[in-house]
Design a protein around this ligand. Structure first.
Ligand code: ZN
Length: 188
């Protein structure tokens, strides 16, 4: 786990950045901006300072059935590591437990932990799948993320309506076609 960033150092870097961009960091509207940006970036990257163990915090329940558990429409907000611009969308997670299930809010917190870092969508999808697989001791996991990337919408190709879909399947979700189909039809 990483240490807390030095807010004053970030603020002073943001002040330099503003000046280099042609702004006057001392003008009224910008006077408090560097410290606001420092706090905001610290918050948006708090996933670096969280651990899976602390996030799940023992919230595992016994369950004798081994049915598929699905949680969909989990909102996520992240920053792309190429441009440090936001990407945002929704995540669906499905898994088949082996006698243990995770609390529903914990799935959302796992998504958040990986989203609150500099990310690429493909890697984040895999990290979430691995984390659920390990923490739930699942026999299979599927994760699908659909997201819009501001770096594509505001700059570059300016494709305002394009959405990127990524998926990761592990265990029986990978090996068993029927399981995978059930997952995909349940998440719609
Ligand atoms: Zn980007």
């Amino acid at each position: 786990m990483k240490k807390e960033p030095d807010q004053r150092k970030i603020a002073s870097l943001v002040r330099e950045l503003l000046a280099e961009l042609g702004e006057d960091p001392e003008r009224d509207g910008l006077a408090k901006t560097p410290m606001r940006v420092a706090k905001s970036l610290t918050y948006l990257t708090r996933g670096y300072r969280q651990s899976l163990k602390a996030v799940v915090n023992g919230a595992k329940f016994s369950s004798d059935t081994n049915h598929m558990v699905i949680l969909k429409d989990i909102e996520l907000y992240s920053l792309c590591e190429h441009h440090m611009l936001p990407f945002y969308g929704k995540c669906a997670i499905g898994y088949i437990s082996r006698g243990k299930v995770l609390g529903v809010s914990k799935l959302a917190r796992i998504v958040d932990m990986f989203a609150r870092r500099l990310q690429i969508q493909e890697r984040m999808t895999e990290e979430i799948a691995d984390a659920v697989m390990t923490e739930a001791g699942a026999e299979g996991v599927g994760v699908v993320i659909r997201a819009k990337h501001l770096c594509m919408m505001m700059r570059g190709v300016e494709k305002q309506n394009s959405e990127m879909t990524t998926s990761a399947v592990l265990g029986t979700f990978r090996s068993d076609e029927k399981v995978r189909q059930e997952f995909l039809s349940l998440i719609g």
